[in-house]
Structures are given as C-alpha cells and as structure tokens.
Design a protein around this ligand. Structure first.
Ligand code: XUL
Ligand code: CO
Length: 434
C-alpha cells in the first residue's frame, strides 16, 4: 500500500442527496437498468497514460504534476502500477487501458523494451488477480518516440514499419496475456504534416497491409477480443488517414477487413472531425463496426483535443441512446481517455474527476434507457418512414429504374406533400428525460 491516496477514501454510492464529495450520487453499479446492472452497461475504464504518465505539459509549459513515480527505471514503473491499482479500487472502475510506453521504461534496444514490458505485465497480472480489475484494451504507443515522427506503418522507411510491427506484436501478446477484451490502434502519426513530401497512395497500401498483419496475428494467437481502430482527423498530424468512422469503413472495405475490425469512437475526435459523438456512434452501428468509446470532451472554444472529463449529461445521453439502441457494449466499454487540467495537482482531484465523470455517464445512460423504454422517439422515427413500409414502396426500392420512376410519377400523377420533421417537438420530448 502506498501513501499517495492516504487522504482519499474509497468512493461508494450514497444517492443524490449525499453531501459527501467522495461518493457517487447516480452511479450505483448494482442498479438494474433495462435488465442489466449499471456496471455491466457502462464498463468504465481508466486511461493509464493520462492519469498516471502525463506530467501536465502543454505546448507552452512543462511539468506541473509532482508524482513520486516520475522518473526512469523499473522500481518507479512498479510504484506507478501500485498507485494506479489503488486508484482503480478507490473509484470502483472495473477496467483500465494502457500503451506500452505508459507502463514500462523504454529500453536501450527493442529487446530490452520488450523485456521491461513483460516484467510489468507479470506485475499487472498479480495486481489484477488481487483486485478483480480487468483490462479493457491494450495498445502500442507508435507516436511519441522520435523514430515514429514520420509515421509507424505509413513511414517512408521500411525499418520503422518493421519496428512498429514488432512493437504491436509485443503489445498484442501483453494484452492477450492479461485477458484484455480488445486491442486498439490509434494512428496519431499515420498521416502527414505536408503533402509535398508524401505519397499518400503508397502509405495507404502500407497501412492496409499492416492492419491485415494485425488481424492475422490475432487469429494465430487465438485472441478473441475486438481489434479496433480509433478514428481522429488530425492532431498531432495535419491530416490523419483514420479521419472518421466513414473514412475508416471505406479503408476496411478496401482491404477486406470490415468483418474483422471495429471502431473505438472518441467524443473529442468526433467533434474535431466536424461531427457529433452520436453521429459517429450511429454510423458505426449502422455499418456493423461499432466497438467501444473513449469518453472525453473537448473545450468548445479551444478547437483542439483537450481531453476533458465529460460533464454534460444531455450530450452524453444522446451518445448512450445510440449505444443502447444498437444493443449496448459487448466487449467494448467507456474509457475515460481524459486528463486533469494541469492545475489540478492533488491526488483527490484525480479520484474526483473520475467519480464525477462516472456519475455523468450513469445519469446519461439512465436517461437514455428511459427514452428507449418510453418508445415515443422511436415511434416518431418509424412514423416518419412509414411510407416505405408498403409493398409498392419496397418494390420501388428493389426494382426501380429512372424510367420506371418517370412512368409512375406521370401515370399516378404523383405530387409529393411535404410533412413536418417535428424537430422542436422531438427536442422537447428528449428534454423531458435529460
Ligand atoms: C489520442 C488518443 C489516444 C488513443 C490511444 O488522441 O485518443 O490516447 O486513445 O492511443
Ligand atoms: Co482516445
């Protein structure tokens, strides 16, 4: 037991009336909603990189956090793990997520980095056994080290492609060993900073082949979790190839991977791509590639990926509405890919950021479930499309040609009557629940 959280109690559900800062008001893991416990609906995960590895830097300033585990070496990596699992227990999060670079010291060579990872994975294994915490997903950091500055799979240098392949193998092995439920690929540097030195056709071929190798390896080792791509349009690269859900789907189709790979959708990335979070979720669900979510918002004025904890219930409710409508998470979950503001220095800040975010998500999911159970929103949506339910309309969809459309319109003297989309009435309906 470390003394990092000595002043921070374990947080439990006490209900909306409690005055206790260190308690949940809305997240009762055992509450049953639509036939399932809240904990099993939401499947919360803490992101190791933001909560334990990030030191508070921003583009204009350096480290602000002062944590006893900052520094190099295996002893400090283990101290970081001790504190991480103490926090997971304090907030009652059932899962965590990590990159290799968050958890182990970088070695002098690839072999040493891999040995360091293996040692930490064994350490995690014991902690997971003791606490009952699981791994939602593992991933490789293919963007921080200078070797990856021009991309990983899409690098102009084949040596980097090979290094990235070896790194992903070691991270898939680690994820598999820890019983991870999913494996994520986020391509922060799979894109370009300028088109004038970039062959984007060639880079797409490299990215496609790389993903095929990942899928081949998944089957070879019998990993039965999802392989997920996390779309993002830019930052750190000027343009990233996994721009949004639609772009990723086109890429998966091109390389024959649409039945093998799903998407991990992050709220802030959706906004950066010019979409709403619920749009990205609904689109992925309709294409059959919805996997999981990273639940962290951006600041709406700053225009970049600020990775803040969620705090807007109506917004989050619409996201969970789409998730519940699609059948909920299977192997996916709600990962807080969120960091504290750099002035939030106290250990309590870290715990309370998660407690507040979990409460926001619980309220939002309950509101979404109530909307679904009420059924009016779906009834109105179905009513809007009811014209398509007739045999004639279905025949039109299947057999129509432009000439046939013309014949029908003339023969039946069709004069379409516009009908209200009822947007404000539907917004009023939603506001009854959120
Ligand atoms: C970066 C981001 C990553 C991925 C994992 O914007 O979201 O942290 O979630 O690599
Ligand atoms: Co993310």
């Amino acid at each position: 037991m470390t003394d990092f959280f000595a002043d921070v109690p374990t947080c439990r559900f006490e209900g909306p009336e409690t005055e206790n800062e260190f308690a949940f008001r809305h997240y009762n893991p055992d509450e049953v909603v639509m036939g399932k416990r809240l904990e099993d609906h939401l499947r919360f995960a803490v992101a190791y990189w933001h909560s334990f590895a990030w030191q508070g830097q921003d583009p204009f300033g350096g480290q602000t956090f002062d944590r006893p585990w900052f520094g190099e070496g295996m002893r400090l990596a283990k101290l970081k793990a001790d504190v991480a699992f103490e926090m997971l227990e304090r907030v009652g999060a059932p899962f965590f997520c990590f990159h290799d670079a968050d958890v182990r010291p970088e070695g002098e060579s690839f072999a040493e980095s891999r040995r360091n990872l293996e040692e930490i994975v064994d350490y995690f294994g014991v902690k997971m056994e003791e606490t009952g915490v699981g791994l939602l997903w593992g991933t490789a950091n293919l963007f921080t080290h200078r070797r990856f500055m021009a991309g990983a799979a899409t690098n102009p240098d084949p040596d980097v492609f090979a290094y990235a392949g070896a790194t992903v193998k070691s991270c898939m092995d680690a994820t598999h060993k820890l019983g991870g439920q999913n494996y994520v690929l986020w391509g922060g540097r799979e894109g370009y900073e300028t088109l004038i030195n970039t062959d984007l056709g060639r880079e797409a071929e490299q990215a496609g082949r790389f993903l095929q190798m990942v899928v081949e390896y998944k089957h070879k080792i019998g990993f039965d979790g999802q392989i997920m791509i996390e779309p993002k349009p830019q930052e750190p690269s000027k343009h990233q190839y996994d721009y949004d859900v639609a772009t990723v789907y086109g890429f998966l189709k091109r390389f024959g991977l649409e039945d093998e790979v799903t998407v991990n959708i992050e709220q802030g990335h959706a906004i950066l791509a010019g979409h709403s979070f619920e749009h990205e979720i609904a689109l992925a669900a309709s294409l059959g590639i919805f996997g999981s979510i990273d639940m962290n918002r951006n600041d709406y004025q700053s225009g970049w990926d600020t990775d803040q904890f969620p705090n807007n219930v109506p917004e989050v409710a619409l996201a969970y509405y789409e998730i519940l409508k699609a059948g909920g998470f299977t192997k996916g979950g709600t990962n807080f890919d969120a960091k504290l503001r750099r002035q939030s220095l106290d250990p309590a800040d870290l715990v309370l950021a998660h407690v507040g975010a979990m409460d926001v998500c619980a309220r939002a999911l309950k509101a979404a479930a109530a909307m679904l159970e009420n059924g009016e929103l779906e009834r109105l949506r179905a009513e809007r499309y009811a014209g398509w339910d007739t045999e004639d309309a279905q025949a039109l969809l299947k057999n129509a040609t432009l000439e046939h459309c013309e014949e029908c319109v003339i023969a039946q003297d069709i004069r379409p009557e516009p009908r209200s989309g009822r947007q404000e009435r539907i917004e009023n309906l939603i506001n009854r629940f959120v």
